[in-house]
Ligand binder design. Structure first.
Ligand code: UDP
Ligand code: MG
Length: 321
């Protein structure tokens, strides 16, 4: 098998409902791409699925020599599964895609055209998002605004991980060993020539989202902590604000005390509220410190990002890990 021109990377977590649909759509697109562009490989990283995804992948790959399978030893999370796929990908260009057909494979020829036109990263921009709740859209938009205000890295809004990356971008990202990975941020951080490609994001073809609120919040915190140190400055800002406020309060209290006839600020309540307020502010600041220290701890342990239990369809040792 010649070295592939194009590698597609699919993270798979409990996607048995969607896999047959995905492969049906891919068959046509891959056949066209093999004819027009060159050899294509599709790497499916099974991220500890609890359903029959792995068995199904093995069955589906029997008639499709362009399929490559990687089985992680357990669920490591979406970003790590994609990272594993990027380590195993051998193509001159690598495309990250969701398995649920929210990222239409039919967009690939246009991505490849832009890549051949000299762009190193072609990221897909969602102009419309079908089948997503108003809550998800609103929080996503607020999150990108916050992220952009906190960091100097130009992370484009309304993008997911669906993007084509040139080999040199993939090599740069593979060399970044950080454990808490926010791939769309890392892909922006590396630089090179980047271009956005608008597309309409369909609803999930089958099955349910594997990104409940908890995982979304974790990804958002990883994004901010990996690309900004602004939260660490919050303690300083809040410290100044509280100091100023209390200075003001001292003046107000003196005036009130000196004014005859006013009996304000008597009793324990004011003291209690002041103590609770500053206690709250301090705990928030310690919590923020904790987020960063936890990340430092994760890095110094130097554990591998993931473990692989088996692979299928690679000519021995193609992984650049
Ligand atoms: N995914 C994964 N590991 C996880 C969660 C998700 O590999 O722990 C995969 C999932 O199978 C899918 C992709 O990540 O291919 C995106 O997940 P999903 O479509 O559920 O996210 P959404 O589009 O709802 O944000
Ligand atoms: Mg999805």
């Amino acid at each position: 098998m010649p070295a592939p021109t194009l590698s597609l990377v699919f993270p798979i977590f409990d996607e048995q409902e969607v896999l047959p649909h995905l492969l049906t759509r891919l068959d046509t697109v891959v056949a066209d791409l093999q004819a027009s562009t060159g050899p294509v490989e599709a790497i499916f990283v099974n991220d500890g699925s609890r359903d029959a995804s792995w068995q199904l992948l093995n069955e589906l790959s029997q008639t499709r020599p362009w399929m490559r399978l990687v089985n992680l030893s357990r669920n490591f999370g979406h970003q790590i599964a994609v990272t594993a796929g990027m380590h195993y990908a051998g193509g001159d260009a690598v495309v990250i895609m969701d398995a649920d057909l929210q990222d239409p494979p039919e967009l690939l020829p246009e991505m490849i055209r832009l890549w051949k036109g000299g762009n190193d990263v072609v990221y897909a921009v969602r102009t419309e998002r079908e089948g997503e709740t108003a809550f998800k859209k609103a929080t996503a938009s607020a999150f990108y605004k916050l992220l952009q205000s906190l960091t100097n890295v130009p992370i484009p809004a309304d993008t997911g991980d669906f993007r084509l990356m040139d080999r040199k971008v993939v090599a740069a990202m593979n060399a970044m060993g950080e454990h808490h990975r926010f791939l769309r941020g890392m892909a922006a951080w590396v630089g090179f020539t980047q271009i956005g490609l608008p597309y309409k994001r369909d609803a999930r073809a089958a099955g349910e989202t594997k990104y409940p609120l908890k995982k979304m919040v974790r990804l958002a915190v990883d994004a901010i902590a990996s690309f900004s140190q602004a939260p660490l400055k919050l303690a300083t800002y809040m410290g100044f604000a509280v100091t100023l406020l209390s200075l003001l309060a001292i003046v107000v209290v003196i005036i009130l005390r000196l004014t005859p006839g006013i009996r304000a600020l008597e009793g324990q309540a004011t003291t209690l509220i002041a103590a609770l307020f500053i206690g709250g502010v301090q705990l928030v600041c310690i919590g923020i410190l904790g987020e960063y220290i936890g990340r430092i701890y994760d890095e110094v342990k130097r554990r591998p990002l993931y473990l692989v239990s088996r692979t299928h369809g690679f000519d021995d040792n193609t992984a650049v890990k």
